[in-house]
Design a protein around this ligand. Sequence first.
Ligand SMILES: [Zn+2]
Length: 163
Amino acid sequence: MLEFITEAVVLDRVDSGELDSRVYLYTQDLGKISAKVKSVRKITSKLAGHLQPLNKIMARIIDKNGPQLIDALTIKNNPKTTASLKALFFIKELAVEGQPDSELWHFLENENDLNSKTILSFLGFDPAFAKCHYCQKAGPENFYPADYAFYCGPCSPTGSYRV
Ligand SMILES: [Zn+2]
């Protein structure tokens, strides 16, 4: 069975089924991945505390019908702010799975002040040069992940995020 150990930053964890979860990680070696976590929601699970968004962890992952995280240990707790959590959300939504990016990784693991503008630039969506996708106005203030585009206030579809 394929097993690997990598440093990772936790992007998100969502419940699936009664006890299981799916964790979204940005890893040093594989870029963004999502992995199953078995029984993480049991009250005794030691993993849950390590799988908080923004934690830098050492992750042990096996490939068993897709990636499954079997162990995690916190290396560093990063301060959680609304801005940093939104930045993680953009990575989760927009980064290509399984494509490592060492620059983004180094930024993520060292930066204590994550913000959406910088993260969007890393992902190839630089707000500084963006125009509203609809009316072409410069300096659009929102980003809409579903169509990978910036919009000015009045043109923004529901579900846009301020950047
Ligand atoms: Zn517009």
